[in-house]
Design a protein around this ligand. Sequence first.
Ligand code: T46
Length: 130
Amino acid sequence: MVDLTEHTDPRGKLTVVEPGKEIDFEIRRAYYIHHVPENAERGAHGHRRLRQLIVAVHGSFDVVVDDGFATGRFRLDNPSRGLYVGPMVWRDMVNFAPGTVGLWLVSEPYDESEYYRDYDEYLKDAKAIA
Ligand code: T46
């Protein structure tokens, strides 16, 4: 989990993500997820190279990560705390609260060939590089 720099004054809070400070990769793409239907799950993939910071800017959801050897579950519910996920990690996003907006800041342009969409293929490669 990454604590982001938060500036609070009587007008509210402003949270900053700056490469070289809160994260150690250049941001080459951003996307956000919203209007997630009740009980919907996203993810079910891994990335070969991509690094990302995930922030629940509104609402909450869980990120379940799996590196081929162990799993972990992280609850994202604070817009000033993000989850860094590196390459070669399988991830699922679950348990979205109604109205949630999740932000992804990522290190690579969109490239479908960079995804693992098949868990068995991912697992074989994850174990091979360990
Ligand atoms: C991730 C989770 C949270 C694009 O055309 N450009 C993009 O930059 C992205 C991210 C997606 N798309 C298209 C590809 C699909 O037709 O949007 C559609 C939905 O994408 P996907 O099925 O990959 O959605 P998720 O929620 O499974 O995964 C996405 C990201 O791909 C992934 O990196 O971490 O959001």
